[in-house]
Design a protein around this ligand. Structure first.
Ligand SMILES: Cc1cc2nc3c(=O)[nH]c(=O)nc-3n(C[C@H](O)[C@H](O)[C@H](O)COP(=O)(O)OP(=O)(O)OC[C@H]3O[C@@H](n4cnc5c(N)ncnc54)[C@H](O)[C@@H]3O)c2cc1C
Length: 381
């Protein structure tokens, strides 16, 4: 058993870290304050080839394995969780289905420009009355000749304020519940595609979330990605990746918060000594370190299992949940280490604290994940 990164992985991680320290980390505060997506960063990542990281070289990607992808996402999140969320959307959920099921024309129009950072993609499944409960999705796609007519409303859609296209989950037969759901590519230019109200959020404010409505959106039949009724199956095929990726986002956020907290505890003095010298502060540091290391092993292990074609479903779900709970605890402890300055907007601790909450939802809420893991552990009783 070898726990070290390969030379290639370490080299890659170091290069991304340098880029993040130069291009993203110094802007993290400004990104949060402006409350707007930084398209220039996405464009630059596209120019450098990173947006194709998990797609094969044959289509212009980097052909990276899950482990390398996790390292990449972790580094970006270390710089800014908002940018991490945007890059994750662009490299995974926002483009995966058009890569897998899009026609050559769709790929030419949407996928390749997205890899270059020239167009932004997103995914839209959540509705005002259906989040975890996908079977309750009301958006419908009605076949009419060689077209579909899509009607419905989505919410919480990442970067829909500026996205050029969305992979939309809609039902072709509501009586079939989950088995009636399919994926449809709908481009922003389609008449009836309306970008609604922007949601003002607690954290990851440089990643925008918006309502989307479709009013008689007429799209060609080829915009059905894959087959009718297979949406949940297709989503299931990348769910573990989404969970490992979210775990990696949590690692990046926890690392940056921990590093800041450690530094502050060595510099801040009280009662004539650095606060790090007090046992109760030192205990916080060691517990944060211990849990961060444990989470890292779980996330990397889940990625390794996936890369080696071994079963990894409950491992990915567990890694996501453990890493996110760890990150939520770390950001809480770091704000305490900062004392009153953990409550001040000019220090980063409050941003980490706010941003961490974002991690609770992507890839499944922890109530849902616990159910999923328990089901796998207990089997059919
Ligand atoms: C920052 C952010 C970005 C997002 N980006 C996107 C996006 O780009 N595209 C998109 O489609 N969606 C997006 N979402 C939505 C996200 O996927 C949903 O929030 C998530 O699926 C949960 O749905 P919900 O919020 O409607 O909660 P609900 O499903 O209504 O759940 C509410 C509570 O009930 C619990 N619960 C629900 N069902 C069960 C059950 N069976 N057992 C036990 N407990 C249960 C949940 O765990 C939760 O605690 C985003 C959300 C956020 C916060």
């Amino acid at each position: 058993m070898d726990f070290r990164l390969t030379e290639e992985q370490q080299f890659f991680k170091d290069n991304v870290a340098k880029l993040v320290d130069k291009m993203i980390k110094p802007r993290a505060e400004e990104i949060d304050e402006k409350d707007e997506i930084t398209t220039d960063i996405i464009q630059e990542m596209g120019r450098l080839g990173y947006l194709g990281i998990r797609y094969p070289e044959s289509v212009g990607g980097m052909g990276a394995d899950m482990m390398t992808y996790a390292l990449f996402i972790e580094e970006i999140a270390r710089g800014s969780l908002s940018v991490g969320a945007n890059i994750a959307m662009q490299t995974l959920m926002g483009t995966d289905f058009i890569y897998r099921f899009g026609s050559d024309e769709i790929k030419e129009r949407c996928f390749f420009p997205a890899l270059r950072g020239e167009k932004l993609g997103t995914i839209a499944f959540t509705e005002p009355n259906a989040g975890s409960d996908l079977a309750n999705i009301h958006t419908v796609a009605r076949k009419e000749g060689d077209h579909y007519i899509v009607n419905g409303q989505k919410t919480w859609i990442t970067n829909a304020t500026v996205a050029d296209f969305a992979t939309v989950v809609a039902s072709t037969d509501r009586s079939k519940g989950l088995k009636g759901l399919g994926f449809f590519l709908i481009e922003r230019s389609t008449p009836g595609y309306n970008v609604g109200k922007k949601i003002h959020k607690l954290g990851t404010r440089g990643s925008e979330n918006t309502e989307l409505t479709f009013e008689d959106c007429k799209i060609p039949a080829e915009n059905l990605l894959g087959e009718e009724g297979k949406g949940v199956v297709y989503l299931g095929q990348i769910l573990a990746e989404i969970r490992i990726m979210t775990g990696a986002l949590a690692l990046g956020l926890a690392k940056t918060a921990f590093d800041d907290g450690l530094q502050y505890s060595k510099e801040r003095t009280a009662f004539g000594r650095p606060i790090a010298k007090f046992q109760l502060i030192a205990a916080k540091l060691t517990e944060m370190y211990m849990n961060y290391e444990a989470a890292k092993l779980m996330v990397y292990h889940a990625a390794w299992l996936k890369d080696n074609d071994l079963p990894h479903s409950k491992e990915a779900a567990s890694a996501k949940m453990f890493a996110v709970e760890m990150a939520c605890k770390v950001v809480d402890e770091v704000t305490r280490i900062y004392g009153a300055y953990g409550f001040a907007m000019e220090y980063p601790a409050q941003r980490y604290f706010r941003d961490a909450r974002f991690l609770l939802y992507g890839g499944g809420t922890h109530e849902i994940l616990k159910t999923v893991i328990a089901r796998e552990l207990t089997g059919r009783l």
